[in-house]
Structure formats: C-alpha cells, structure tokens
Design a protein around this ligand. Structure first.
Ligand SMILES: [Zn+2]
Length: 171
C-alpha cells in the first residue's frame, strides 16, 4: 500500500509554485492570495487576524510587485523542495505569507542604518495612515524618523503609498 505524502494543501501550493515560470508575477501573486483564502482556517492558526484579513483582500494591481533584491526563481525552487520533503501546514502558511511580503514589499535604495545588512522596504500601518520603513534582516522599524523594535502589525506599502513616497523624494 502506498500513501500520498502530505495533504491536499500540500498539493495545491505545489501546483501554484510549479506554475511560477509560466505566468506573470501578477497572476502568481493573485494565485497565492486565492490559496490563502481557500485555506483561511489553517492560516488563522498562524497569522494574526488583522494581518490575515488584510492579506486576503490583496490583489496584484494594488502593489508594485517584485521590486527587491529577491531572486524568486531560486527562492521558489527552494520552497518547492521543502514542500516535496513534506513541510507541515504551519510552515506552508508561514512560507506563503513571507512570499507575499517578499513579492509586494517595495525595496528602496536606502540601506538599513541599524544592521547595514539589507535595504529597507516601504511598509504601512494596517489602516494605511502611516508609511513605515522596515528592515527584513534585523526587523528594525522606522516610525516617525526613529528606529524601534515594535510589535505593530505592518503591511507592505501599496502602489499609491510607494508612488507618493517616490514623488516626495524627487522634490
Ligand atoms: Zn536592519
């Protein structure tokens, strides 16, 4: 008797990843969001309620995708390997959430002044009223000109927020 490793969730995300090279970044992104909505119940166990609710409404058109130093081709083939080795549901949820962040978090031309290890990304408060700079490496968060460690939930800055930031910089 043989047993299929992992569950349906495993198979579903593998199909999305396998499709990566054949579709645009926008289609790929929207497929990930669809996946999150489909497995809403699993995600509620590992992602905070506010963040999950916001993420479930994301659409590719709201963001400038892929503006970072991530190599998605290498990243996703690494993720595929982990899934094939039987990654559990918790880590699938964490992996997909991180991928959403990596795809949509707009990286700016400014190195983190705290760790000097990564460029900062533009992020936003959940309610979209504040623009925040964030370092993926040391998790430093710049709020109102000061770098702090915070538990505040942040979202990737959306297209409008990035554009208004860039307009301000160009002045
Ligand atoms: Zn840093």
């Amino acid at each position: 008797m043989f047993q299929i490793m992992g569950g349906k969730m495993n198979q579903k995300i593998l199909t999305v990843y396998e499709n990566f090279q054949n579709v645009s970044l926008s289609i790929f992104f929207d497929e990930l969001i669809l996946f999150i909505n489909r497995y809403h119940y699993e995600f509620t166990k590992y992602v905070s309620k506010d963040y999950l609710e916001a993420m479930e409404k994301f659409e590719a058109k709201y963001f400038i995708l892929g503006h970072s130093d991530n190599n998605f081709e290498i990243g996703i083939s690494y993720y595929r390997n982990l899934i094939e080795q039987g990654l559990d549901k918790e880590n699938i949820c964490r992996q997909v959430s991180l991928l959403i962040w990596d795809l949509s978090g707009y990286m700016i031309d400014e190195i983190c002044p705290i760790c000097h290890d990564s460029n900062l990304r533009l992020a936003s408060s959940i309610g979209r009223e504040k623009l925040i700079k964030f370092c993926d490496e040391c998790l430093s968060t710049e709020i109102d000109g000061k770098f702090v460690q915070t538990d505040e939930e942040i979202l990737p800055a959306n297209r409008d927020q990035v554009n208004s930031y860039l307009r301000e910089q160009a002045l």
